[in-house]
Design a protein around this ligand. Structure first.
Ligand SMILES: Cc1cc2nc3c(=O)[nH]c(=O)nc-3n(C[C@H](O)[C@H](O)[C@H](O)COP(=O)(O)OP(=O)(O)OC[C@H]3O[C@@H](n4cnc5c(N)ncnc54)[C@H](O)[C@@H]3O)c2cc1C
Length: 431
């Protein structure tokens, strides 16, 4: 692992731990505003056993995120405003390039450290929206870093790392959904250009992106032997001022700080050198990006302080046990997630921890299992947080309703739990 670059990144950090933020909570009653106990937020996740470098990432990210209060995230959710300030702060200190090559200004670290960064952002109170606001720049650009030519890498990634550009990720289509191999958006070669025609849906951050990682067909489905053939990966300029490109925002349940869009291509013209890797190999290349998720539960603070029937509700086993079980499931999901990230890094020949015995199958099993477990554990933790807090769990002021709205997404995207279960049943259990 390239520790020197991490030290370069983190040298501006203070050596001392970051103080926990002090949150003031208010309980609104019919009689007006009644003061409820102030709670100093503790960090809930147990982080023993992680490397010094990973913990340094965590401290640095918490420090940056401490400038973005719960109210910041509530406001951005309510007003559907992208968190430009968080993106700028992370870019300023080099974090967008955490898993990018050093020669481009990145840190050359692995997906394990990138995962730690995303977890810490979510855990800081930014929730899934905070992580989602930057995750395409970190993960979706991995295939570009791996498969683009040296010249393309320099041209495409330097400005992503510096924060000047942002990326969105264009795979899902309205009429094919999880059946990705059937996607229909076509990129037709025309001299030194391609013309793109088709439609994408649910594209996050398209309103603020400058670039898009695009999966499109270069050979129609009916002309290929297998549906996995004829798909190509492009890294395109995403310029909504140009003819043939349109993005329409989708109104959605949660994570509203990050826009989701329908995207329409109508003979949108891109230079031929936007192609990444070989034509027709796009599906293989796509599998280089593996998102992972984790969540955080704050209901225990409330349960310690809310008095009903003469004692804190947290003294009742009916409150304690569901929260304890949710916590243990988060712990298990965290271990599965970092195990998957470690295997992913070890399977990468460019990573210092490369281990040729780690197969793509092993990585696939670990990533799918971690994705499933983390999404379910996060959902359960958020649902139990809301329920443990009674009516206040439903109030925006306590933030857990926001987390619950957001946490449906990892159960749906990028692949749903049903599809992971199908993969596990067929590929692992041979059913
Ligand atoms: C907030 C949000 C952000 C997103 N961001 C992006 C993005 O940036 N870029 C991008 O490309 N995509 C993005 N997506 C899209 C996401 O990846 C898709 O929603 C996801 O892949 C599911 O596809 P679908 O919605 O078309 O569901 P469908 O494929 O229509 O599936 C609908 C339901 O049917 C179930 N189902 C499907 N097949 C089977 C089967 N064989 N057996 C049993 N059940 C089945 C599914 O599990 C699901 O519950 C985002 C989605 C959301 C909600």
């Amino acid at each position: 692992m390239c520790y020197s670059s991490l030290y370069r990144l983190s040298r501006t950090l203070s050596q001392s731990c970051i103080k926990s933020r002090t949150l003031t909570a208010h309980h609104v009653s019919r009689n007006g505003r009644r003061s409820f106990a102030a709670t100093a937020r503790s960090r809930l996740m147990e982080m023993s056993g992680f490397s010094e470098e990973q913990l340094a990432v965590r401290e640095a990210i918490f420090k940056i995120c401490s400038n973005f209060s719960d109210d910041y995230w509530m406001e951005h959710d309510l007003t559907e405003t992208y968190p430009h300030e968080l993106h700028a702060a992370l870019a300023k200190d080099g974090w967008i390039g955490i898993a990018m090559p050093e020669e481009l200004g990145g840190s050359g670290l692995g997906i394990s450290e990138a995962t730690m960064m995303l977890q810490s952002i979510a855990e800081s109170g930014a929730g899934l929206a905070g992580a989602q606001s930057i995750h395409a720049n970190v993960y979706a650009t991995q295939p570009v870093a791996k498969f683009a030519t040296a010249e393309q890498r320099k041209r495409f990634l330097t400005k992503i790392i510096s924060g000047e550009w942002r990326t969105c990720f264009g795979v899902t289509e309205p009429n094919t959904g999880l059946d990705t191999l059937k996607l229909k958006t076509m990129a037709k070669r025309d001299g030194d250009h391609y013309n793109i025609t088709g439609q994408k849906i649910w594209i996050s951050s398209a309103q603020v992106a400058t670039k898009m990682v695009l999966l499109a067909r270069t050979t129609p489905l009916e002309d290929v032997k297998k549906p996995s053939q004829g798909l190509s990966m492009f890294y395109i300029d995403f310029d909504l001022t140009q003819p043939g490109l349109e993005a329409k925002k989708i109104r959605k349940m949660g994570g509203r700080a990050v826009d989701a869009n329908q995207v329409f291509f109508d003979n949108y013209r891109i230079p031929a050198d936007s192609l990444i890797g070989e034509e027709g190999q796009g599906f293989k290349i796509l599998h280089c990006s593996q998102p992972v998720a984790d969540e955080h539960d704050r209901a225990s603070d409330y349960a310690r302080e809310r008095i009903v029937f003469g004692r804190p509700i947290g003294m009742n086993q009916g409150i304690q046990h569901p929260l304890a079980s949710a916590y243990m499931h988060l712990e298990a999901a965290k271990l599965a997630t970092y195990h998957a990230a470690r295997l992913y890094d070890s399977s990468n020949p460019d990573h210092p921890a490369y281990d040729s015995s780690v197969t793509q199958h092993a990585v696939g099993v670990a990533c799918n299992s971690a994705k499933y477990l983390a999404a379910e554990a996060a959902f359960t933790a958020c649902e139990r947080s809301v329920m443990s807090m009674g009516g206040m769990g439903y109030a925006a002021e306590y933030h857990v309703e926001r987390y619950l709205r957001e946490v449906f997404v990892p159960r749906i995207a990028p692949i749903s739990r049903v599809i992971i279960s199908i993969f596990s049943s067929r590929s692992l259990l041979m059913l």
